[in-house]
Design a protein. Structure first.
Length: 189
């Protein structure tokens, strides 16, 4: 991943109100976390991450539902979403990302090319989450090329999401320049 993406991620997370970030990885084997921490000052927003490669570890550390995950060999948008929510909960983060997939073809599973599902969650309330998921396909890539391509794509998606989300948040500020958020509640005096 280009360092500029990591630098932009840092700037977006440290904008007021600051956001904290966590990661859960499987297919990418720690590359998302390495990308995030490639710039100085990442400790100001990145709380941590976990690489959970097996079903047992995904269940134990991230709260992935065993039966459903086993049916899809731990590779689905829903498993990625559960991993991301688990990482956010584990670290107490506002935003979390996760990856799960196949780093190389697996003929016995019908996988012709490396691919991964990713998920991004953002806490919007005590038990409410905003969720984004996507799939990255890496035809013709080696195992490590696919892992890096997915990590780069996930960080790029995170940056794109935060750009839009934070711009929308700024649009909710009061037009009087007070910095206070607009409220949908009726005003009382």
């Amino acid at each position: 991943m280009p360092v500029s993406a990591a630098q932009e991620l840092k700037a977006l997370c440290l904008r007021e109100p600051a956001l904290t970030l966590a990661a859960a990885e499987s297919m990418t084997g720690g590359r998302v976390q390495a990308a995030i921490t490639a710039v100085p000052g990442a400790s100001g927003y990145f709380l941590g991450g976990v690489t959970a490669y097996t079903l047992g570890q995904k269940v134990k550390h991230l709260g992935v539902k065993r039966a459903a995950a086993a049916k899809v060999d731990c590779v689905s948008a829903e498993v990625a979403a559960q991993m991301a929510r688990g990482a956010a909960g584990m670290f107490g983060a506002d935003v979390a990302v996760a990856t799960t997939g196949y780093a190389e073809p697996a003929a016995d599973k019908g996988v012709d090319a490396p691919f991964a599902w990713w998920a991004l969650v953002r806490r919007t309330g005590a038990r409410r989450w905003e969720l984004r998921t996507g799939r990255v396909v890496c035809p013709g890539m080696t195992r490590t090329q696919a892992q890096q391509a997915v990590a780069d794509a996930v960080v790029a998606e995170l940056v794109a999401y935060l750009r839009v989300s934070l711009a929308a948040s700024r649009d909710d500020l009061a037009p009087d320049g007070s910095g206070k958020r607009k409220s949908n509640r009726p005003q009382t005096s």
